[in-house]
Design a binder for this molecule. Structure first.
Ligand code: NAD
Ligand code: MG
Length: 399
């Protein structure tokens, strides 16, 4: 059997490392074609030694030259490429079958679009690319015949609860599905006193109770913007109206999401909170394979709880629905303002509640436009970043 060749965009991140862990258990089925990272040379060098990819890409040019020297000294045959062109090249190469899109944020957009346009089997973790330009990405998939499989645990759960033969972008209603339930843990501040939110530190925001993730998505989970981005992601993956996408707090993170059918049935996917499950599912689909994840022990799982999220506690969730309803480039603006705000919060430049305030101001200031071209999307993204950075200069009040 010829092995499938895999590119991992963002191999040094949380999803990238989990993907390599799954692949290392399946060496007879998969080989690593390319690994990519931004600047983490140490980890990339170790990954190249262990997985011997044909190509390694560093987005940062200085990191690329350090890696090149280091691999040359070690006698490694891996070719080192650089920058955005390098990322796009390994996403669309004829030599690759499967692309794991696991770069964080807007930096993932171009290589993810390239993989979609080249008709790859696209395993999508980079939700920001759908939030920025859902219509363009889904168009690229439809035109090229790419196979799009969701890695985000909620969307992967929903995909698993839809009938065999369902393909992303198909409306779910003809399959008898009426609505979906996206589960949300509520993050570290689900019960924290609201009057202490000003004092929240970056480390507190990154200490997620159930999942071990990169810092940006950890802050997104603490504000619940992550769930907002996932509502928008679900709108595109499953062709749903905002009204048919419901968020429910479920602090145990055992049920990863649900589909409600017209006959009253609700189907759920359960498992331990470990991203290797959805990663292995998308790699093996339509089959199954070992992921290394501990089996779920229902006897020790205890009670499963559900509650409605509070928009007073989590205003970012409301902002995401607002941007989705506004349409066009509003979700591009939402994503850009959120990235600027999270970076500023992690750098200690703004307080936790100002993340939502900055996004709200940016959304109100910039009217949405049709999201029909990549140029239009990138222009809206740049305008929103400029506005948000300007707002930071005028209004931020560091802790
Ligand atoms: P992370 O911060 O741990 O890793 C990000 C990866 O992207 C790293 O390899 C980094 O080198 C690379 N990167 C960062 N900036 C870059 C740039 N400018 N150019 C090129 N590469 C760059 O992030 P993560 O937690 O692994 O999340 C990755 C994506 O997966 C995000 O879109 C996130 O929303 C999504 N996701 C993550 C999880 C999770 O459990 N971690 C779950 C669901 C979805
Ligand atoms: Mg998720």
């Amino acid at each position: 059997m010829t092995r499938e060749r895999v590119t991992i965009l963002g191999s040094t991140g949380s999803i990238g490392v989990s993907t390599l862990d799954v692949l290392s258990r399946q060496r007879d089925r998969f080989e690593v074609f390319a690994l990519t990272a931004n600047g983490n040379v140490d980890l990339m060098a170790r990954q190249c030694q262990e997985h011997a990819p044909e190509v390694a890409v560093m987005a940062d040019p200085e990191a690329a030259s350090v890696l090149r020297d280091r691999l040359a000294r070690a006698g490694s045959p891996t070719e080192v490429r650089v920058g955005s062109e390098g990322l796009v090249a390994v996403a669309e190469s004829d030599r690759v079958d499967v692309v794991m899109a696991a770069i964080v944020g807007a930096a993932g957009l171009l290589p993810t679009l390239a993989a979609a346009g080249a008709g790859k089997r696209l395993l999508l973790a980079n939700k920001e690319s759908l939030v920025m330009s859902g219509a363009l990405l889904m168009d690229a998939v439809a035109r090229s015949g790419a196979t799009l499989l969701p890695v985000d645990s909620e969307h992967n759960a929903i995909f698993q609860c839809l009938p065999a033969g369902y393909a992303c972008a198909d409306p779910v209603h003809p399959h008898g599905a009426r609505r979906i339930w996206l589960t949300a843990s509520g993050g570290p501040f689900r019960e924290r006193a609201l009057d202490s939110f000003d004092a929240i530190t970056p480390d507190e925001a990154c200490a997620h109770p159930n999942w071990d993730m990169g810092r940006k998505i950890s802050v997104d989970s603490a504000t619940m913007m992550n769930k907002g981005l996932e509502v928008i992601e679900a709108r595109w993956l499953f062709a749903l109206d905002p009204e048919d996408i419901q968020v429910v707090l479920h602090p145990q993170s055992i049920i990863h999401s649900m589909v409600a059918y017209s006959d009253g049935s609700v189907l759920a996917q359960l498992g331990n909170p470990d991203m290797r499950t959805p990663i292995a599912h998308t790699l093996a689909w339509p089959g199954r394979m070992d992921s290394g994840v501990e089996p779920l022990d229902l006897f020790s799982a205890g009670a499963l709880e559900f509650a409605a999220p509070s928009l007073e506690r989590f205003p970012c969730l409301g902002l995401a629905y607002r941007a989705l309803r506004a349409g066009g480039t509003a979700t591009t603006v939402l994503n850009a303002a959120n990235e600027v705000a999270v970076e500023a919060f992690l750098a200690g430049e703004i307080r936790f509640p100002e993340i939502a305030a900055l996004i709200e101001q940016t959304l109100s200031a910039l009217a949405p436009e049709p999201a029909k071209s990549l140029e239009g999307i990138l222009a809206a993204d740049a305008r929103a970043r400029d506005y948000a950075k300007d707002w930071l200069k005028r209004s931020a009040s560091p802790r």
